[in-house]
Design a protein around this ligand. Sequence first.
Ligand code: AMP
Ligand code: MG
Length: 358
Amino acid sequence: METKILEVQDLNKENLKAAMEKSDDIAQAKIDASLEKVDEAAEIIKNGGLVAFPTETVYGLGANALDEKAVGKVYSAKGRPSDNPMIVHIARASDIGQLTPMLSSKIIKLVDSFWPGPLTLVLKKKDNVPNVTTGGLDTVAVRMPDDPIALELIRKSGYPIAAPSANISGRPSPTKASHVIADLDGKIDAVLVGGDCRVGIESTVLDLTVDTPTILRPGIITSEDIQAVIGGKVQMDPALILNRPRDESEPAKAPGMKYTHYAPKAQMTVIEGERGNVKKEIERLKALNERIGLKVGVILFEEKDFVVAAHEFFARLRQLDDENVDLILAGALSDQNEVGFAVMNRMLKSAGYNIARV
Ligand code: AMP
Ligand code: MG
């Protein structure tokens, strides 16, 4: 199949403001052209096709969440295991009622505070949400993304859009349109080519179907942020606290937890320990491996720039793959900070939990 490349302007607030001030006709024309491309993409979704689109977290691969056949195509295009459920994206908070019978003051407070934004809520599902969308679970994960193109696409298609990350299953998540094209060109109907994703790691996933709200996937919205809004206790799923390979005898609560994830082509090792030692060890291992002719890539973020690390991590993995490095040496970040913890969650998975302590 030929994948349509639909270029769109990043419709951020500045662009919109410029266009609204009628003086800027060029900006207005660009926005009109973008909206036409979104119309085209929405038609594809309506007709049961697949469209990749930008969100503030990572690029998503979207299909009509209520159309079993369309959702089935997402699994095959990505090579995603069919029991790994998808997040359903909506454009208006009030549309949550189409997907779940749950409505509580907690949900309303969270939606009010964090939507549109990178927080996904796991809720009891209504019968109209097909089992393929939820990987056979009786719960549904819902989020309203904070990206004007994504919101416009959902609104115009008229359906909630099921969208996992727009990568081949197991590869690093896509934070640029070029990553999507590298993985899915020829396998999906269209890509809305917008700007780079602002956040760079996937949304925080919060399970509200249990007594104590539980984070199943850490992200830039932290347990503290959530606690400040709903009070009470918010816990990390114990499988995350270990931040180590899962014990296979335990069932995974977020089915995504049990699969190999984010893996670069190169062999990867995470170096953990006191910062100075980590830097020295990376230098030592780099020199050692280069001496025997290996190409070595290094990922070492400033220790306190957790948000920057989140923004850049996946793109850096893909860049090193493009440079054909044989080995990636990555410096661990402090997991005491919850955004650092969220990045470490991805870093350890992408290294297949191959860790050297110094
Ligand atoms: P992705 O779209 O690739 O970011 O993956 C979506 C993530 O959300 C996966 O880790 C899923 O396991 C998780 N998820 C989606 N729906 C549910 C659900 N109903 N219950 C628990 N986790 C979910
Ligand atoms: Mg994914």
